[in-house]
Write a protein that binds this ligand. Structure first.
Ligand SMILES: [Zn+2]
Ligand SMILES: [Zn+2]
Length: 288
């Protein structure tokens, strides 16, 4: 195993070495205890007591393996998680690495804006799909951490879907990859293949991990101040309304004005008032 190396001021170990360090239950217990404690840090004896390893030498060996990468020794000679350690405990609690096969299916307390049927939630392969069983269309499909189902009653779970989806879409529109913290690049694409009934969509691809997200033009405009204000003036708070209740996010509300360069016009109509927005080739937005 190679030791830590200095690179551009960062101390790095290879990903393989980092994951090898985690391949031991005692080390995972150390990280878990440090993640669960309400104290900022724990002394050696307090940590050892909570991890419950009788052999002090064994415990010391495993703690030293983690020191410098997932655990750090404070100036007061106590132990706390590093950012990497906190990410590991977060992934464990979210069930990212260790929970599989959870499936759920239930009615949403929300109706289809087209036909009035009750919308259906299905959870499978760590993805949530919200759809209308009558129109047979998918409103939203997104990856969702299985650990979020723990200790959440159904209504809170639905709020959690909406919060998670907003966080994800906000990051995508701002070109930030939540998977790897890399930069995403967006472009307008011909999109009948990915979004039902939509002639065009907005595709974002991460430059680093190639994570890909394709969304409607409506989703891209969801947080634009002019769109938020237009809805607010007509009694609709876009920051509170669940995304699957916004029919214009999923229906064809766009007109392709030009394909080279791309110019796509988005139209919104509420009570006879209109908002017209143009999305340009470089994804800049103009209000018409
Ligand atoms: Zn429907
Ligand atoms: Zn990425």
């Amino acid at each position: 195993m190679t030791g830590p190396t200095e690179q551009d001021g960062f101390e790095t170990i290879s990903p393989g070495d980092a994951f090898t360090l985690l391949g031991n239950e005692t080390r995972i217990d150390i990280i878990r205890v440090l993640g669960e404690t309400s104290d900022e840090s724990l002394s050696f004896s307090a940590l050892r007591g909570r991890v419950n390893v009788a052999d002090s030498g064994q415990f010391n060996y495993h703690l030293n393996k983690l020191a410098g990468s997932f655990v750090r020794r404070t100036d007061e000679a106590e132990y706390e998680l590093t950012y990497a350690g906190a990410q590991v405990i977060g992934a464990i609690f979210a069930g990212t690495f260790n929970q599989r096969g959870l499936t759920r299916s239930f009615d949403l307390d929300s109706t289809c804006t087209t036909c009035g049927s009750v919308l259906l939630v299905e959870y499978e392969r760590e993805h949530v799909t919200i759809s209308c069983p009558t129109c047979n269309d998918q409103r939203s499909t997104f990856a969702f951490p299985p650990g979020a189902f723990e200790n959440r009653p159904r209504d809170e779970l639905v709020d959690a879907f909406d919060t998670w989806l907003r966080l994800y879409l906000t990051a995508v529109v701002e070109e930030f990859c939540l998977t790897c913290a890399g930069r995403m690049r967006g472009s307008i694409i011909d999109d009948s293949q990915y979004l039902d009934d939509q002639e065009v969509g907005i595709e974002h691809i991460c430059e680093r991990c190639t994570n890909r997200s394709v969304n409607s033009v409506g989703v891209y405009l969801l947080y634009h101040p002019a769109v938020v204000a237009f809805h607010y003036d007509h009694g609709i708070d876009l920051t509170e309304t669940p995304l699957w209740e916004l029919s214009w996010l999923h229906e064809q509300e766009t007109t392709v004005v030009s394909r080279d360069p791309w110019q796509v016009q988005f139209s919104s109509e509420i009570n006879g008032d209109h908002l017209e927005v143009m999305v340009n080739e470089d994804l800049s937005i103009s209000i018409l």
